[in-house]
Design a protein around this ligand. Structure first.
Ligand SMILES: [Zn+2]
Length: 279
């Protein structure tokens, strides 16, 4: 699932492609992608508008238009696809031999930007202001923002009695971290995922802050090399397994102490950790 680094990589790659372009037509090919909004809301808000900027907040991608915002959330495996022109879009989108899956497409004055999620969990919505989107309004401190400091993290930790893993997944507190990078950050900080957030000591919080920032930055570098290729509908983030030390490594030796990595279930999600060196 795209977490902060993946969405940031998409935002940085998309910006030069679409910034300053005008949306002359918005095609909603699968209306489930705009639910519960009606497709006409997205079309009315976006058609004729220029894309002024591409932003990211937590795991949301935002298109700032002249008079509205479009929010995109990729959920489990949503992605963007790019077509050079309307002809290529007509030939490949949801038809032809290739049947490139597209749910929503913005035809620009140069190129067509598509949003696709075969499982149809992802959403594309239109808003007057980003804060009108409840998911965006509820976001806590972005984990790659200047506001995310060791002191801020310590303050947030002290106000929660939840197990650390669940605390880290809560977008209302720290925004952008999901299952993969929470496991990685806790492994790096050597903290046991079931410890209660408010029981962490000051120095644990400092170590955790450093671990979160470095895990996210490392993953972002990985996500940008190679950068997302929107022209290839089969493209997905590559090379991340190289940097993973805990996530998905059940039974494999801990890279620090050699003890097998354990998997437990927390809040219906899998947590991977080392029972020896995470305390
Ligand atoms: Zn270990």
């Amino acid at each position: 699932m795209p977490e902060l680094p993946e969405v940031e990589a998409v935002a940085r790659t998309l910006r030069p492609l679409v910034e300053g372009r005008r949306i002359y037509r918005c095609h909603v090919l699968h209306s489930i992608a705009t639910r519960p909004q009606r497709p006409t809301r997205l079309q009315d808000a976006s058609e004729g508008q220029r894309i002024c900027d591409v932003e990211r907040r937590g795991k949301y991608l935002l298109l700032r238009l002249g008079r509205a915002y479009v929010t995109l959330h990729f959920k489990l495996d949503g992605q963007l696809v790019w077509f050079e022109d309307a002809k290529e879009f007509a030939r490949r989108a949801n038809c032809g031999d290739e049947r490139v899956h597209v749910d929503v497409a913005f035809a620009l004055d140069k190129g067509v930007l598509g949003f696709a999620d075969r499982r149809h969990f992802g959403r594309v919505w239109a808003w007057k202001n980003p804060e009108d989107c409840p998911g965006v309004a509820a976001l806590g401190t972005d984990a790659l923002s200047a506001d995310f400091t060791p002191a801020r993290l310590a303050e947030l930790l002290s106000s929660s009695r939840r197990p650390l893993k669940e605390f880290l997944l809560d977008q209302w507190r720290v925004a952008g971290i999901g299952n993969i990078y929470s496991c990685e950050a806790m492994w790096r900080a050597r903290i046991e995922p079931r410890r209660r957030a408010n029981r962490l000591r000051r120095r644990d919080a400092r170590r955790l802050h450093k671990a979160i920032v470095s895990v996210l930055q490392r993953a972002l570098e990985c996500c940008l090399d190679p950068a997302p290729d929107f022209r290839d509908p089969g493209w997905w983030y590559q090379g991340l397994e190289k940097i993973l030390r805990a996530y998905g490594r059940e039974g494999k030796p801990c890279r620090r102490c050699g003890k097998p990595i354990r998997r437990i279930s927390q809040g219906s999600r899998s947590t991977f950790f080392c029972a020896r060196c995470q305390t």
